[in-house]
Design a binder for this molecule. Structure first.
Ligand code: ADP
Ligand code: MG
Length: 708
């Protein structure tokens, strides 16, 4: 019988009807290949059933037993319902106890046979099963003859693991073999199973260790490709030419001396790394990472001024116009009298300063003309700066806030760069990126780190507010605002109801829920809590103009309390804002909370951050508490990565990043192994000439992932 090609649509297979096909589609499965690459999320082991008589305190084992009796009781001290059952097999009987799940009495009726899995605890000298998981025996019959370890898949409504197992098993046996693309040497050195073996083992392992090593192989694969891709990107860059900008060290010292503060050690180090990159023959591709307020802008500004004094132009791009204006002001404040032409160009505003203490509004065409004539050396703006209407005379250096990458092709296409040369690129980011991500997803970038804040910063007083203290907190906020300070109130989106299953919500619908919560909060605060204060509102559905308007009012102090969605996250600098109040704090990632908090504490006044949380769970509290104890954003980022996975950092839009790889991004051992393997393969076979299949796979991978 001919084998089924991997690209066969499942609908073409005998016995797979259109209803089945549409359900599979919901899981992203259309072809035989998709199905085989739909891996189990875990396995259940119903094979090693223990006897009740063998159970020892502390054991967690599965037993099969018959329910003898079952009752619901009220615990008299704690207000709690307890289900108590006595279950028995042919070796003996044991008590099983569940808390606050009275309905269990209706499922596990006397005489029912079921599997129970749970921990054996002891009370008054007698063992019992505490909160055991159970599965009725007739549901088990089928899983039993499927094998010893039963794969449990990510499911969708109407398509269970059982259904997927029925489909996958025969296909696994009859599909054509997958092509191995990992070099034999790589498999051997890293003790990875061959691809077809791995496929069998991941779906139907004979023991757990076999499934684990299969899983490791698939995770390895993706990270390995990612590493190869990074190495390629780096070497592509090394083949490119950049303007060599030899920074005048004496002049740089002078500029630093002129600052009203001393640079921190890591600011100095970052500056060294950047100026050394600028003077190299190849384009810089560097990420400057540091917490909000750690002083990145001043470092980038110093580098920009030095580059411009060597007669190159520098573009400084911010994600929003507000921030562009802010950066422009910062540059003028520190370097306004250096004699360098510094300009601002955003949609409705153009300004320039030539260092004679004068700074004035220009028309846009004027600023464009000044740029083209090479009289303006540093230009600040949004991304609109690098669109074609803006012509540089000699662009050598691009600095971008909060965008991690800037493709080589993108850079080469800029007007005003020297023919054949690619401008240097520096990205500034306040998003702390964990080490493993740095070594993988961002592995093509060099990194300068500013891990500490300048001396003498006032710490932001952070409190987790218990529900009963809410009014007290409002009172405090009111007092602060009456004294002239300002506050942010951040709302998470409302959780969709059960019916609006989260998975079925579009991005648009999610946004609507977020806006709904902002509106409700706004109504509550403006009408009931702070009726005599100026309360404003900011959310993602407002037009850019409306947002700008609100931010302007907030900056000017005309709004005292700003209720907002997470849009406020991106660096707004309002030094007079001293209160950050976060509703539903447990719904945000730690890094995100950290970013919110960074919006205050920027001025002379003591600042506060209040975290409100509804969940009240111990683990939720501990998680929030790490915000109070962590030394810096990186610690929290590592924590987040562990707790919530890399999706939090990369966003769901990191399309093409396969699941298994996403999950292994926090596996430092694997990340290191894949990097070594990638280096080794490229060393032994430059250009992967000996590995055409790997080369092909890498080409597909590189065009699939969108990491920009
Ligand atoms: P970032 O861009 O990393 O958020 P900024 O460069 O805007 O940080 O710096 C935040 C504030 O700290 C600015 O007002 C800046 O002038 C100031 N600052 C920067 N470096 C230092 C330093 N070494 N000592 C004291 N203040 C500093
Ligand atoms: Mg900044």
């Amino acid at each position: 019988m001919p084998r089924i090609p991997l690209d066969t649509p499942l609908g073409e297979l005998h016995g797979v009807g259109p209803r089945f096909v549409s359900k599979l589609k919901k899981l992203g499965i259309t072809t035989v290949r998709d199905l085989l690459w739909h891996f189990p999320s875990r396995y259940e082991d119903w094979s090693s059933v223990a006897k009740i008589a063998e159970l020892k305190p502390g054991d967690s084992r599965t037993i099969r037993a018959r329910v003898e009796k079952i009752n619901v009781k009220k615990a008299w001290r704690r207000r709690m319902l307890i289900v108590e059952a006595v279950i028995a097999d042919d070796s003996g009987s044991i008590k099983a106890i569940w808390f606050n799940q009275p309905y269990i009495k209706n499922i596990l009726k006397p005489e029912t046979v079921a599997n129970f899995a749970g921990k054996v605890a002891v009370r008054d000298g007698k063992p019992y099963l505490s909160n055991p998981a159970y599965e009725l025996a007739d549901a088990l019959q089928e899983t039993k003859h499927t094998g010893r370890l039963v794969p449990i898949y990510p499911e969708t409504k109407g398509l269970t693991s059982k259904g997927l197992r029925f489909l996958t098993l025969p296909i696994l046996e009859n599909a054509e073999p997958a092509e191995e693309f990992l070099p034999e040497e790589t498999l051997k050195v890293n003790r990875l199973p061959e691809i077809n073996q791995a496929l069998k083992s991941i779906h139907f392992p004979t023991k757990l260790s076999e499934a684990e090593s299969a899983r490791r192989r698939f995770a390895f694969e993706d990270l390995f490709l990612l590493q190869l891709n990074n190495i390629n990107l780096r070497s592509t860059l090394l083949k490119q030419k950049a303007p060599q900008i030899k920074v005048n060290g004496g002049r740089l010292k002078e500029l630093i001396k002129g600052l009203p503060f001393e640079l921190t050690a890591s600011q100095n180090k970052a500056l060294d790394e950047i100026t050394s990159d600028l003077s190299a023959r190849h384009p810089m591709n560097r990420l400057l990472q540091g917490d909000v307020g750690s002083g990145k802008t001043i470092v980038a500004g110093l580098a920009a001024v030095c580059a411009s004094e060597e007669d190159y132009q520098v573009a400084l791009m911010a994600p929003t116009e507000i921030l562009a204006r802010q950066h422009y002001r910062t540059l003028l404040k520190f370097f306004g009298d250096s004699g360098i032409g510094i300009g601002l160009l955003i949609s409705k505003e153009a300004r320039a300063s030539y260092g004679e203490g004068l700074e004035s509004a220009f028309s846009k065409p004027e600023v464009l003309k000044e740029l083209a004539a090479n009289r303006l050396k540093i230009i600040v703006g949004t991304h609109a700066l690098i669109q074609s209407s803006v012509k540089f005379a000699d662009l050598g250096f691009i600095i971008v806030d909060e965008q991690h990458r800037f493709g080589v092709a993108q850079r080469a296409a800029l007007t005003g760069a020297r023919p054949g040369a690619i401008p240097h690129f520096l990205s500034m980011s306040a998003t702390p990126i964990p080490r493993t991500l740095m070594m993988t997803v961002f592995g093509d970038l060099d990194v300068s780190l500013i891990p500490e804040l300048p001396k003498g910063r006032k710490e932001i007083i952070t409190k987790i507010v218990a529900p009963e203290n809410r009014n007290k907190a409002y009172g405090f906020i009111k007092g602060q605002i009456q004294r002239g300070r300002q506050a942010f109130v951040i709302c998470p989106r409302i959780e969709p109801s059960e019916a609006e299953n989260e998975y079925l919500l579009t991005k648009e619908e999610e946004k609507n829920l977020e806006i709904k919560s902002v509106k409700e909060e706004f109504d509550k605060l403006s009408k009931r809590i702070f009726p005599d204060l100026a309360v404003g509102m900011l959310h993602g559905k407002m037009t850019a103009k409306e947002k700008e308007e609100v931010m302007k009012k907030f900056s000017a102090g005309e709004i005292g309390v700003l209720v907002s969605t997470s849009v406020v996250e991106v660096g707004v600098d309002v030094p007079n804002a001293t209160i950050m109040m976060i509703e539903g704090a447990d719904r945000f990632g730690l890094s995100q909370l950290y970013q919110f908090r960074g919006r205050v504490g920027r001025g002379e006044h003591q600042s506060f951050c209040f975290l409100f949380s509804e969940s009240g769970s111990r683990s939720g509290y501990l998680r929030l508490n790490s915000l109070l104890t962590a030394k810096n954003g990186f610690e929290l980022a590592e924590e987040d990565l562990k707790l919530r996975g890399p999706g939090e950092f990369l966003g769901q839009e990191q399309a093409g990043m396969p699941d298994v790889a996403m999950r292994s991004l926090n596996n430092l051992e694997l990340v290191k192994a894949t990097r070594e393997a990638a280096e080794e393969v490229l060393r032994s076979s430059p250009g992967l000439r000996e590995y055409p299949r790997l080369r092909e796979k890498l080409r597909e991978f590189s065009s699939d992932i969108h990491l920009e």
